[in-house]
Write a protein that binds this ligand. Sequence first.
Ligand code: PLZ
Length: 467
Amino acid sequence: MSTVAVSSSGPVGGPAHGGPELPQERRLVTEIPGPRSRELLARKQAAVPQGVGTALPVFVTRAGGGVVVDADGNSLIDFGSGIAVTSVGNAAPRVVERVRRQVGEFTHTCFMVTPYESYVAVCEALNRITPGDHEKRTFLVNSGAEAVENAVKVARHATGRQAVVVFDHAYHGRTLLTMTLTAKNLPYKHRFGPFAPEVYRMPMAYPFRWPTGPENCAQEAAAQAIDMIVKQIGAENVAAVLFEPIQGEGGFVVPARGFLPRIAEFCRKNGIVLIADEVQTGFARTGHLFACEDEGIVPDIVTTAKGIAGGLPLAAVTGRAELMDRVHVGGLGGTYGGNPLACEAALAVLETIESEGLVERARQIGETMLPRLRALAERHPVVGDVRGRGAMTAIELVRPGTKDPDPATTAEVVKRCHAEGLLVLTAGTYGNVLRFLPPLVMPGHLLDEGLSIIEAAFDRVAGDADI
Ligand code: PLZ
């Protein structure tokens, strides 16, 4: 039998840690990725299937505040937050403290076997802070996909109906049902079928790409979606309409104002459960605690994950008590859902959002970023659209003078940003959206420096060609 010993150096460098005490600076000491990261990448390639991709293969040893430090000692500015997860920062002090205390007390019992208080406290908090002052219930699971899948289960059970309506450009996860709910073929669905039945896709009010112009977008998209639901499915057969208040993986599409309220109204009148997927938009990210608040949408069920627990795996389904309590005893659960470490982390995240004023901070990040991105669009016609709210902003790249997506220039800009030590992510159905998700605790000077790197990348890559 071969040895079970592992080859990992573990956390590097004695008792020092990540977190906000890390020097808040961009520091490049090697090329990106450096030699140590390249060595580890070779090990990854031999041990992990290529299907599990990596946006930027620097191997991380520490992170905190607005930086990620790699195995070669480079310190990169983080405009990704691990895809909108570490909104309170990596190794955030309150998270570290609560999790550290909990890990020495007990690590797991399974809430369905013997419960513990922190799970209930997280549910109470979510019932209180999610949109709407109706009576609510919450249960906890492990991932965004699991939350969405469970929300659909509850909606189907409570309504006795089967159809689920989703939108163009939607992303809801990678499990069989949530992959079916997701719009984009590559990379999410390709050759992974057959897909789950009873999923119907409607147009999304995507202002930049609406054929008759952004001013008609909300009205026409809502009218089309409602007409299609009524004609093709029958409103009385629809269990749920599922939407992202700002689409995440689909390209940070902000639905035209008025679209979501009309869809919500239609659902209310027809007994359809309205499910808001706030997995990416939740927990202060958009300058509200939840993005639905912007247009006063009160969903029947809200799914949350990502930013909920500072990086520990946790997700939640929060919904009207009368829907959630309809499901029979034992009908909902899972071994790890609401793990005690993750629950402590979530409680610490909520304390941090409140005590550090992160909702307001997200708004300020938007106020800093959006004007500079708009100025960039003025100088570079390759930037077709600038959009987002709070600390969830994006630019969409097109061939100048057209709306044809330009994923090649997008990839070039990303490459330059990475080489300069700025971690940025892409998104979008056409792979032509640069999205920015800085931790909400990012110091102002790093935010400014990150924006300057983006500007310089455009000056280099888009050059004079498009001026
Ligand atoms: N709903 C709105 O954004 C996750 C996906 C990363 P999980 N988005 C990041 C990738 O390529 O796998 C997401 C989301 C919305 C659901 C999910 C799914 O959340 O925690 O990844 O399952």
